[in-house]
Write a protein that binds this ligand. Structure first.
Ligand SMILES: Nc1ncnc2c1ncn2[C@@H]1O[C@H](COP(=O)(O)OP(=O)(O)OP(=O)(O)O)[C@@H](O)[C@H]1O
Ligand SMILES: [Mg+2]
Length: 237
């Protein structure tokens, strides 16, 4: 039987900041075209997991495979070029470039998402194209960060707390975008503090705590597991 490699597979990933051991044997699999939610409280290691996949905090031990190919140790730009896009928690908008310039620098000819397509997806950005990044609201910056990632034409999108600090209307736009991308078979790793949003979108959920996976299952199983939701997510279940 021909075996199609998973979109992303982490096996025993250990990552450090200096001497500080942050990720401890993190393993998970994201199947192609699926949404995997990574949940956990502050400091659990969610951002570090995304940074290690994107090449910004390469693992000291363990394997990271993207579509069957080892990417641990590759430079961030090389990982980006083969179809992995990160939308960082801090959004990473260039303050002194206009919104249009922020998009233009990410543009790739091969992407199905060109300027017109992302502006249709996020109409609010159209009026802000000539404005410098620093003058955009938090919601506009988040939309711009996602739009910029889309313009690179990703097969795997890493989203770090896209709903953080956003008005409900913008959260809905972000959720619609994730659904649309899923329909296009883009694989997504969604890090969220907003467990409810993540559980509505995810096919599979992992919970991390102190850099270790403490739960793996379906959204339904997590919802039913009071022990996990109260201990690791700080919600009432
Ligand atoms: N640049 C850094 N240098 C040293 N330690 C760091 C650095 N970034 C994060 N850490 C530490 O690594 C651990 C994991 O942090 P990480 O940012 O991955 O957590 P997180 O789950 O994304 O948290 P949050 O929900 O607050 O975003 C924390 O203990 C944090 O203090
Ligand atoms: Mg984080």
């Amino acid at each position: 039987m021909a075996h199609e490699a998973a979109a992303l597979r982490l096996q025993g990933v250990n990552a450090f900041y200096g001497d500080s051991h942050v990720l401890r044997d993190v393993s998970f699999t994201l199947e192609r075209g699926r949404v995997l939610a990574l949940l956990g409280r502050n400091g659990a290691g969610k951002t570090t997991t995304l940074r290690s996949i994107a090449g910004l905090a390469p693992p000291r031990r363990g394997a990271i495979r993207y579509r069957g190919r080892s990417i641990a140790g590759l430079e961030p730009h090389a990982i980006s070029r083969i179809g992995v896009a990160l939308v960082p928690e801090t959004r990473g908008i260039f303050s002194y470039l206009t919104a249009r310039e922020n998009l233009a620098i990410a543009r790739r000819m091969a992407s199905r998402w060109q300027m017109e397509a992302v502006l249709e997806r996020f109409p609010a950005l159209r009026e802000r194209l000539g404005s410098p990044g620093r003058s955009l609201s938090g919601g506009e910056q988040e939309m711009l960060a996602i739009a910029r990632a889309l313009m690179t034409g990703p097969d795997l999108l890493l989203l770090d707390e896209p709903s953080q600090g956003l008005a409900p209307l913008v959260v809905n736009a972000v959720m619609d975008t994730i659904r649309e991308l899923k329909a296009q078979h883009v694989s997504m790793l969604l890090v969220e503090q907003n467990a409810e949003m993540a559980l509505q979108l995810a096919d599979r959920v992992y919970v991390v705590d102190h850099g270790t996976v403490v739960f793996e299952g379906t959204p339904e199983r997590l919802r039913a597991d009071r022990q996990v939701t109260t201990t690791y997510l700080g919600v009432g279940g």
